[in-house]
Design a protein around this ligand. Structure first.
Ligand SMILES: [Zn+2]
Ligand SMILES: [Zn+2]
Ligand SMILES: [Zn+2]
Length: 274
């Protein structure tokens, strides 16, 4: 499995934004970030793309390069966690105008599939059930589900179990939904070795002028407070889905604090053998 993107839906730089982070990134391609996506090679060799972002073309090239290929990877299957813009924005590129694909197996919930049909985005795809692929499990999580439901994905390989949780509303509701009282207990129950967790915002004071209660995510500060320092036997935790406003995008006290606790950040091209 390879990390193909680490930013929130809008990427970095975000459209129309002149914040210091976006301005610096607009002028330095090395600092630009694609929205979250993963490339997963299944045990039977099929390639599963998780999330289809606006950076699809670059991400398929990055996937190919990560495997030493001089060509982009053509995914055999697609999985989606939910319908928010950044996670589905590139779906249309599988169709006639660009890739001209058909019958691509799509792993997504019934609610997500129904809404994609309504948006006329399904023609390149063939929806298959959530249980269609061995070793890929959908884990329901609460997240402002105005268009459809939201899942985390749990990948179970021969050597590792990896959780991909880019978006959820708050730990209280996610943990309650799974009858757990702590993040550590939940990750332990899922038996994960690696957890890629929602790191959208550092703190609740990050978007002056916007009502952050309308775009809830657990803050990195909150997750750090719940986890404390990494202890022997803990999984590897890496934050992903960072918003352009998150100070952890730059070196500084916030980013260092995550590292000092023994956790980290997902990065483009990072790989785990599952
Ligand atoms: Zn998102
Ligand atoms: Zn910005
Ligand atoms: Zn979302």
């Amino acid at each position: 499995m390879v990390v193909l993107g680490t930013a929130q839906d809008g990427g970095v730089p975000q459209a129309g934004c002149a914040c210091p982070c976006c301005t610096t990134a607009a002028n330095d391609p090395a600092l630009q970030r694609h929205p979250v996506a993963l490339g997963v090679t299944l045990s039977d060799g099929r390639r599963l793309l998780v999330e289809v972002t606006k950076a699809l073309s670059e991400q398929l090239w990055a996937w190919g390069r990560s495997e030493g290929l001089a060509a982009p990877v053509l995914p055999d299957m697609v999985a989606l966690t939910h319908l928010h813009l950044g996670h589905v924005q590139g779906l249309g590129e599988f169709g006639t105008e660009v890739m001209g694909r058909s019958g691509v197996p799509l792993l997504a919930s019934e609610g997500v599939v129904a809404e994609l049909a309504h948006r006329r985005l399904l023609s390149p795809f063939e929806a298959v059930g959530l249980d269609a692929v061995d070793g890929v499990h959908f884990v329901r999580v609460p997240h402002r589900d105005e268009h459809g439901d939201t899942h985390a994905l749990l990948f179970e390989g021969a050597s590792r179990r990896l959780l991909f949780l880019p978006d959820h509303d708050r730990w209280e509701t996610t943990l309650a939904a799974h009858d757990c009282s702590s993040v550590r207990e939940w990750l332990g129950r899922l038996e994960v070795d690696v957890a890629l967790l929602d790191g959208t915002f550092w703190s609740g004071a990050e978007l002056p002028g916007r009502d952050m209660s309308r775009i809830p995510h657990p803050t990195v500060q909150d997750t750090l407070a719940r986890l404390g320092a990494r202890a022997p036997g803990d999984p590897e935790v890496r934050f992903t889905h960072l918003n352009h406003s998150n100070p952890c995008l730059q070196d500084g006290a916030e980013r260092q604090s995550v590292l000092d606790h023994g956790w980290g950040f997902a990065s483009l091209g990072q790989r785990w053998d599952l």
